[in-house]
Design a protein around this ligand. Sequence first.
Ligand SMILES: [Zn+2]
Length: 540
Amino acid sequence: MRIVLYFFVLGCLSSCMKGEEADFVVFNAEIHILNEGNEVVEAMAIKDGKIIEFGPDRQILNKYAYGSSIDAKGKEIYPGFIDAHGHLMSYAELLLSVDLVGVSSQKEMIERVVAYQDLNQKNVVIGSGWDQSLWENGSFPDNHILNKTFKETPVCLYRIDGHSALVNDAFIRLLGDFEVPDGGDVLRGEDGSYSGLFIDAALQLLEPFIPKFSDQAMKDKLMEVQTELFSYGVTGVHEAGVDSDELSLLDQMVSSSELSLNIYAMLSPTESNLKFAKDKGVYRNKNLLVRSFKAYVDGALGSSGALLKDAYHDHPNYNGLSLSSMEELSSLRDFCLSVDYQLNCHGIGDSAVARILNMCKGAFEHKPDHRFRVEHAQLVSPNDFRLFSDYAVFPSVQPTHATTDQRWAASKIGENRMDGAYAYKSLLSQFGMIALGTDFPVEYTNPFYTIHAAVHRKTPANYPENGFLSDEALSMEETLKGMTIWAAFASFQEDELGSLEIGKQATFVILDRQMNQGSIFRPNFSWLTCIEGKIVHSLE
Ligand SMILES: [Zn+2]
């Protein structure tokens, strides 16, 4: 009894001597703060969702009285990963549609549609995820077999990049007479009839006939997506383009605390979204921040919609599609500046990128720290790189696009233009920062694929052995910053997020396995993910 009392008094003394209070401490860790000096420390103390101190175990454990603690067992901790370009809504829709990701032939694609329809009996069938570059002849499909299998039920199957769709004749009949809008294409077969392929702006013709999923169905899938992201330590997403219905669904789910992911929403420039920005200005609801627009200047390279300065290598006299003119971009720029919003432009081909950069000249002259972004920047003319620094334009790229597109990129643009392709190091050296994302569901959400692609320029299957255009590889440190502090900067949230410094959010990931420094891919996961001091995922 005496001994017990002795320890009780001693325990009380030690906690009474600890002058300061924390909600919890994390210790026995290798915490990569990702501050200026790239410090690595053992422990941190957290209070009210924020980091209040970091340092050696002894210092933190002795100084603070805390309610609970996390023994990180020597594991590495990084700021929560931010995916600077993803599509939560499209991913949820994909999960509700026929999943065509990875189909290896047109036959397999149609088999999947049939299996889905047998179960679901939809009036209109929507699928997503096919990529003809994975098929034997690599050429675009037509709707011949689809028409035979689905004579009466309209079917619309989106390509993986969302920039084209294959529809059957039953769907085309819904459209009645139509004109192909500028910036779009509807392909025809040799006999002059529609082949079923609608590209870029022509997809707008299909939209009125695409059934909407219920809010509840979307919410359920968004929760699944969030769980998947947390399992990889992804705690923030820059949602690249939402309409007003989508924004209000995200807003509701943030208000009800269902979504605790940090969401930086880019608005599509629709009438109602422009009104939203004008009326509300910069909008913050807990973990949702709205202060940017997303504009499309061209299409995607995989469906030959990227706008090139010189003709496609495999398509003479054809330069791709223009989705926004210089006048349209400039007027959107002026609107954004007037409401203190950022403008993020999808630009894949060198001509589209040049148009965006030149538009940004006006933004720079008005407001040097505008942080306008080029999303993708897949092909940049050698003479245009300097414009990123001249006009302070933020490059936002997706390293797994490089390793996915390597199979066919040169066949589209020709070897002589590969110098400015997927040139992440060159972009970084111009602006001094680069934001990294995945573009999910076009690519997988897995940030460890991004790291491997950025640092080693290889697929998770380690192809090619020596890396694709490996001169453009980023270092591990640059890559991690691109997924954390620079991505935070790209969304005006660097004071809150992106590094584990005092006063910032306690939003971090404890890695399950050590960060892989080698050039052979090794899978990894989050061991524990924490957002603003709350554990949202744990393997224990
Ligand atoms: Zn995208």
